[in-house]
Design a protein around this ligand. Structure first.
Ligand code: 5GP
Length: 211
């Protein structure tokens, strides 16, 4: 049974910083290694251990602006003073080949994708509660109180966009959240809209058979 739409699914994954969306996605990708992770372009400087072409394409502001002018980005947005964007070509090529593509991007970019690609599946990761997010950010112990408060204020703003997404994953534990994501993707691939080509094919066979 190969009922899949010939095109891959475009999955847009967002959530406030500190919610652990990167970890959830990693867990999901371990189980679904054929899903392509879209490597974004950014003007932010690389952090220790980050590799050009693997984590991000690290560009100068001029290079980034040229990409925007040439229509090379599917979406782009500013976040904490830096520019981020999704290279269009790689996404389109993978989807055409039937490969699912996941974008891990912030909310403004996600809403642009929703407008341009109405078939995209938008999933937002929430903490079990706001207090839990505060606890996680504080327990990390890597930031001082003022920084934690600033990140929490950011998170509160980002979470306002959750209602515009298709599905919510609650990150109580990483395994649970990755399971929820798996089920959401599975459900999305079984909508009549996604399986339209399959339905048409069977319908056509039925018609020709019963003539
Ligand atoms: P960081 O600098 O911590 O890697 O990422 C900061 C924020 O930018 C995160 O919320 C991340 O999901 C988002 N981001 C990463 N790549 C892109 C992108 O291509 N487009 C948009 N709009 N946001 C992105």
């Amino acid at each position: 049974w190969k009922a899949m739409n010939n095109k891959g699914l475009l999955l847009v994954f967002s959530g406030p910083s500190g919610v652990g969306k990167g970890t959830v996605l990693k867990e999901y990708l371990k189980k679904h290694p054929h899903t392509a992770f879209s490597v974004s372009a950014t003007t932010r400087k690389p952090r220790a251990g980050e590799i050009h072409g693997q984590h991000y394409f690290f560009l100068s502001r001029e290079e980034f602006e040229l990409l925007v002018e040439n229509g090379g980005l599917l979406e782009h947005a500013q976040f904490a003073g830096n520019c981020y964007g999704t290279p269009r070509e790689a996404v389109e090529q993978n989807l055409e080949k039937g490969i699912d593509v996941v974008l891990e991007i912030e909310v403004q970019g996600a809403l642009q994708v929703k407008q341009k690609c109405p078939d995209a599946l938008l999933v937002f990761v929430m903490p079990p509660s706001f207090e839990e997010l505060r606890r996680r950010l504080t327990d990390r112990g890597t930031e001082d109180g003022a920084t934690v408060e600033r990140r929490l204020a950011n998170a509160a703003r980002e979470m306002e966009a959750a209602k515009h997404y298709d599905y919510i994953v609650v990150n109580q534990t990483v395994e649970d959240a990755a399971d929820q994501l798996e089920q959401i993707v599975c459900a999305a691939k079984h909508t009549a809209k996604y399986l339209r080509e399959f339905i048409d094919e069977v319908e056509y066979d039925a018609e020709t058979c019963c003539k």
